[in-house]
Ligand binder design. Structure first.
Ligand SMILES: [Zn+2]
Length: 168
């Protein structure tokens, strides 16, 4: 499996930036519009695709650089670049961002799913997901850039999911 190395102290300042920080990985700058849903998508590193694409798909691609990740739940496109569109069938893990994903994983480093968060909410009315993820980000550290299909930190997604489930 992967080694989850602790981050340097200043590398992961999660307390002052509760959501949307990008300490876990340096994602490529710039956004592109998804050719299918026309929503802005963030770039992903080649190593994200290297880890998550199935071999058959990788063999067909000349380069893993320059792809974007579409997180729109109703859109079937997961990664795209120019005329190339990759979907769930090209990816080794279930992409929890997409509608109907089971399990609907939100934190790939520490395995938090919507199902698990819902179970906590049913039982206690609140979720310990954010607190536990933040603690584990300090030690042992996270590996979002190779484990999360988005290539980025999950904290924003996790807090959104908690809010959504709480209000439903
Ligand atoms: Zn899309």
């Amino acid at each position: 499996m992967f080694s989850l190395k602790p981050k340097s102290e200043k590398g992961c300042d999660i307390t002052s930036q509760p959501k949307g920080h990008d300490c876990c990985s340096v994602q490529p700058k710039g956004k592109a519009l998804c050719p299918s849903c026309h929503t802005k998508a963030k770039g992903v590193l080649a190593k994200t695709l290297e880890h998550l694409l199935i071999d058959k798909t990788k063999e067909k691609l000349t380069s893993l650089e320059g792809f974007y990740f579409c997180k729109t739940p109703s859109c079937k496109v997961v990664y795209f670049k120019d005329a190339i569109q990759l979907t769930q069938k090209d990816i080794m893990v279930v992409v929890g961002h997409k509608e109907g994903a089971t399990p609907a994983t939100v934190c790939y480093c520490f395995n938090w799913t919507k199902e698990k968060i819902q179970a906590q909410l049913d039982e206690t009315g609140k979720s310990t997901a954010l607190k536990e993820i933040k603690e584990k980000m300090k030690n042992p550290g996270c590996a979002c850039e190779i484990l999360n299909p988005s290539g980025g930190c999950c904290l924003g997604d996790v807090s959104k999911v908690i809010k959504e489930l709480q209000s439903s």
